[in-house]
Design a protein around this ligand. Structure first.
Ligand SMILES: [Ca+2]
Ligand SMILES: [Ca+2]
Ligand SMILES: [Ca+2]
Ligand SMILES: [Ca+2]
Length: 477
């Protein structure tokens, strides 16, 4: 009997087979047990200031931090929690099955000296790609989720991708659907979104990119409380175009926000050449798609727009995936991951390589201030070579310094975020090390990263963490 592998299964099978190939066993404790709070010294090593990270050539690991460090000292109560967006596979009798479970949102908060995990599941989807806090003067605060579905099937009712907003009332969570859609392909995903006042009317909008079909849509909140959201589709490609990432910023400094997206060709199992680009839209000015980064025979699933170098102007960073040869598990990197920088006046083919990472891909860039000195740092979370700290040098348009934060941290997405959960003005780094089945917190003590495991699961491959975002605990009451 010939069976066709559905695309979602292929995607997840690819993801999980890669994770399987590199996975170790036996780490973690109970899935929902709140995790074990342990302090560890991550396996760090300086990669020097060459702008190149090569895990094969790093120095010997050195212990992190000093004797004064007490990294386990997370305050007993934190005013902010973390939202973890998951896809999950059903575990039966302790065994992992190939059956996807409902989309799952984990809310992890620290209260009374314990990390406590609460979960929300949505049976109408098999993945939450992201969850974000939303609030405007016309819309009460809630958690906005982006979901992806099973493949479209005749007569099925669960194959619409959805943007929903969740609120708690009387202890129960309920969702209001802001936008649900099928895009004409086999699978529907609200793949990424960002929130900002893109139209400049004082109300934050939601900019959404989809996978498949490369649809770019703006969700505009009602002008008056209780009114309807406006759904404005501003671009649509075809089934062979996936958007993985949306960013918003003002790179040209004219006071109007631009929206950036990363359309690329579909993934292939071989992982060979895959064309991609970064495009810009200016919805307020009615300006359509403009290519700002032409990545040739390569592509990116991760970009970051923001003022990292502190000169008052936003710039674009693109994590260009490697060129590789061979199939899993024998993949060779031909051209490594590059982090390229583009300013508003950079031609699309002239991005500056600020760092390279000898890995296959890097799906998360996050920016924060690890030492509270007012200057920002960037963390690149690569697929299998760990976490890297990137800092601009004297010329932020040249090569940056790059050093290892932790080599023992990996995952297909490797979702990471800087967030100041304790509100002390210094960002902590939170990382979903899916291969290790752990959620980890890093703080910098005496200039060195200190790792604490704040949650873990018994079967690392049972879940994939797509995104992490903070949420005020006051919204969870
Ligand atoms: Ca602008
Ligand atoms: Ca800047
Ligand atoms: Ca800093
Ligand atoms: Ca902090």
């Amino acid at each position: 009997m010939r069976t066709e592998t559905p695309l979602w299964a292929l995607t997840f099978a690819l993801a999980f087979s890669l994770v399987l190939a590199i996975s170790s066993t036996g780490c973690g404790d109970d899935d929902d047990g709140g995790g074990e709070t342990t302090a560890e010294a991550p396996g760090t090593g300086q990669a020097g200031s060459t702008g190149t990270a090569d895990p094969g050539n790093g120095d010997d690991p050195e212990p992190a931090g000093g004797d004064m460090a007490s990294p386990g000292d997370v305050p007993a109560d934190l005013p902010n929690a973390l939202m973890l967006s998951y896809a999950q596979f059903i575990v039966e009798d302790g065994q992992l099955t190939p059956n996807p479970g409902p989309a799952r949102l984990g809310i992890l908060r620290r209260s009374g000296g314990e990390w406590q995990m609460e979960t929300i599941e949505d049976e109408s989807a098999i993945v939450f790609h992201k969850a974000m806090v939303y609030e405007s003067e016309t819309v009460p605060a809630g958690i906005v989720t982006l979901s992806g579905t099973r493949p479209v099937r005749e007569g099925a009712s669960d194959d619409e991708a959805m943007i929903r907003i969740w609120r708690r009332s009387g202890g129960e969570w309920s969702a209001e659907t802001l936008w649900s859609a099928k895009f004409g392909g086999r699978i529907n995903r609200m793949r990424d979104a960002e929130i900002a006042d893109v139209f400049g009317d004082g109300r934050p909008d939601i900019a959404v990119g989809t996978h498949d079909q490369g649809v770019f849509t703006m969700l505009r909140p009602p002008a008056e409380a209780g009114g309807e959201w406006q759904i404005q589709e501003l671009d649509r490609r075809d089934q062979a175009t996936f958007i993985h990432e949306i960013e918003i910023g003002d790179m040209d400094g004219d006071g109007t926000l631009e929206v950036y997206a990363t359309p690329s060709e579909p993934n292939t199992l071989e992982g060979h050449e895959q064309r991609g680009e970064v495009v810009r839209y200016v919805p307020k000015d009615g300006e359509g798609r403009t290519v700002v980064a032409d990545l040739g025979n390569r592509h990116a699933k991760e970009i970051y727009v923001g003022d990292v170098d502190g000169d008052g102007r936003d710039e674009l960073y693109v994590a260009v995936e490697a060129l590789t040869e061979g199939r899993d598990p024998n993949v060779t990197v031909v051209e490594p991951v590059e982090i390229r920088r583009y300013d508003a006046d950079t031609p699309p083919d002239q991005g500056v390589v600020i760092a390279t990472i000898n890995d296959r891909f890097c799906r998360f860039l996050t920016v924060g201030d690890v030492d509270g000195d007012g200057k920002k740092e960037m963390v690149a979370a690569s697929y299998s070579s760990g976490l890297w700290l990137l800092q601009p040098g004297r010329d932020p348009r040249g090569e940056w310094s790059i050093e290892s934060i932790d080599r023992d941290s990996s995952g297909f997405e490797h979702a990471s975020i800087f967030a100041d959960l304790d509100g002390d003005g210094t960002d902590e780094l939170y990382v979903a090390a899916d291969r290790q089945g752990e959620l980890r917190r890093y703080v910098w003590v005496n200039g060195r990263p200190q790792r604490t495991v704040i949650h873990s699961r018994a079967i690392p491959r049972s879940m994939m963490t797509w995104n992490i975002n903070p949420i005020p605990v006051s919204m969870l009451q």
